[in-house]
Write a protein that binds this ligand. Structure first.
Ligand code: NDP
Length: 521
């Protein structure tokens, strides 16, 4: 049996992940298999540490020198040096934000599995693709009411088309080419466990412009985009197959990754890790696969699909111009995508990039779910016209703008604060100090509710569905699903923050009791 150096209950000094700082911690337990110690910091934060990251604690002896709680074989000079280091570290902590503000805490192995563990993720992986096709088939029906569920399912050989697959691959690789173009700023991501910072090129917005030019030219040359509408399900299948193949590749290559390169969400269970992703930042050279898939093929693909639906509506309904409802859905979602690409750098501090690995969850989510489900309202409007008056449209536009202002201001405020906590523009905001050196905002948008950005996002989601009228629930699928997703995501983030910030997070929760919806939740 492998030996352990520290006993349960022993008070020692533990390194804070990603930094060179040591704090007093209590050993809670030791995992003989992973050789990791579970330790508790003074502020209540619990983490798993390697033995190398733990040192004996030195207590002040009667003579005034530091000595180990276990034994002290060190010469007096070294003890004094350690004392100086300790006091320097103490100063660094009390100094606040500048010392440690950007490092992200990560633990290589998690004990508690999210998404319902292995049964939950298995169900999601098998159920989501099936559900996607049922949803799309329902949307194609003349009467997409819930009473007509399940819709007639076409045979699989009807759904598979090699040419569609070719077009999909072409789309993916053209986006990859745009990503590789040496245009746009290069920035550094948040520090990794080993202290390194990966570089990312911000050129998503340029990729969008180039794609728009390419689509404009295709239309000019008479390329029939109606093909995409007619083969919409086939495209969804091609993207699904591609995301599964990509997930298998990602899982296989993750076995070559070092321990430091694994995602803190990975568990050691094959099924769970296939879903959540084992490797945090899989890269081929400088090509970051996760970062690329997060914003490019799926997100830009979504607005292209919306445009396809707008043209299809004119063709199918023999209209000279698109309906007001279709224009609203297209413009609202275009604003959302352009905003995400314009603020691409904000992606680098999201849970997707810093916490989750790249596996089936993000591959399927980014490449299939986003483009094919988020465009459901536009797809619905092609065969289910809804006429609306300008006064109603104005109210929906006002709702969308209200959601957008909350979403954008909340995200920008937090990003600006994380980038530079001493920014004079944020000087009026109140903060709570945490033992990590990073502070938490407790006034402004983040003092309103604990996730104001989710609130804004949900208001916008409702505004995307309203132009479709109230005849069917199907166009409201997005807002219902998104509420479930964000409530679950909020709970995940809450769990991470509680672990990360301990008592400081508890204090934040007391000051700001509502999670997403003021006075409700
Ligand atoms: P957030 O941008 O909300 O980031 C959460 C992190 O913010 C926390 O982990 C914490 O990280 C920091 N934080 C939390 N509270 C505070 C505070 N009071 N003061 C300062 N920092 C705080 O998370 P997401 O990545 O989930 O979302 C990003 C955006 O993407 C949101 O607008 C969301 O709506 C949107 N989104 C959209 C999806 C879609 O499908 N359309 C899907 C998922 C998200 P730390 O302290 O380490 O900085």
């Amino acid at each position: 049996m492998p030996s352990r150096k520290f006993a349960d209950g022993e008070v020692v000094r533990g390194r804070w992940p990603g930094s060179s700082l040591y704090y007093e911690v209590e050993i809670l337990s030791h995992n003989g298999k992973s050789q990791l110690y579970t330790v508790k910091y003074k502020d209540g934060t619990e983490l798993e540490l390697k033995e190398n990251d733990i040192k004996e604690r030195f207590i002040l002896s009667q003579e005034g020198s530091y000595m180990s709680t276990q034994y002290s074989l060190r010469p007096r000079r070294e003890e004094i040096k350690l004392k100086e280091i300790d006091s320097k570290e103490e100063k660094l902590i009390t100094k606040g934000p500048s010392s440690l503000r950007t490092f992200e805490m990560t633990t290589p192995q998690r004990k508690d599995l999210e998404f319902g563990g292995v049964p939950g993720v298995s169900l999601i992986m098998l159920g989501l693709p099936v559900f996607l096709f049922l949803l799309l088939l329902m949307c194609k029906q003349n009467d997409p009411s819930l009473l007509n569920f399940p819709p007639p399912v076409s045979a699989l050989y009807d759904l598979w088309e090699t040419r569609v697959c070719g077009v999909y691959l072409l789309w993916f690789f053209v986006q990859a080419l745009f990503y590789l173009l040496p245009i746009g700023k290069v920035v550094e991501g948040t520090p990794l466990t080993d202290g390194r910072r990966l570089k990312y090129r911000l050129n998503g917005f340029y990729a969008f412009i180039l794609t728009s030019i390419a689509i404009g030219m295709s239309l000019f040359w008479g390329v029939d985009l109606h093909y995409v509408y007619e083969h919409f399900l086939q495209f969804a299948l091609a993207a699904t197959v591609f995301s599964v193949v990509l997930s298998i590749y990602l899982y296989a290559r993750s076995w070559k990754a070092s321990r430091d390169e694994l995602s803190p969400a990975s568990s050691g269970n094959a099924v769970y890790d296939f879903f959540i992703g084992r490797e945090l930042n899989p890269r081929i050279g400088t090509f970051d696969l996760k970062y690329f898939c997060e914003l490019r093929p799926g997100l830009i693909g979504w607005v292209v699909i919306n445009l396809v639906m707008l043209l299809a509506e004119m063709k199918v309904q023999k209209r000279a111009a698109p309906s007001l409802a279709m224009i609203l859905v297209n413009s609202f979602q275009l604003l959302y995508v352009v905003d995400a690409l314009w603020n691409e750098e904000a992606l680098l501090t999201t849970m997707d990039i810093i916490h989750d690995g790249f596996g089936f969850m993000l591959a399927f989510g980014d490449l299939v779910w986003v483009p094919f489900v988020y465009s459901l309202q536009a797809f619905y409007l092609v065969s289910h016209p809804h006429d609306m008056s300008w006064p109603v449209a104005s109210l929906i536009i006002a709702l969308k703008l209200c959601g957008y202002v909350i979403f954008r201001c909340a995200n920008s405020q937090k990003n600006a604060f994380r980038k530079n906590p001493t920014d004079p523009k944020l000087a009026h905001l109140k903060t709570i100090h945490t033992s990590t050196g990073k502070n938490l905002l407790v006034s402004g948008w983040w003092g309103f509710v604990r996730h104001p950005n989710y609130l804004g996002d949900l208001i916008m989601a409702l505004a995307w569905s309203l132009p479709c009228g109230f005849n069917h629930i199907l166009p409201y699928f997005y807002v219902i699903y998104f509420t479930v997703l964000l409530v679950h995501r909020e709970a995940r983030d809450e769990h991470h923050c509680r672990k990360k910030y301990g008592l400081a997070w508890e204090r934040y929760c007391q000051r700001v009791p509502c999670r997403i919806f003021p006075y409700i939740y």
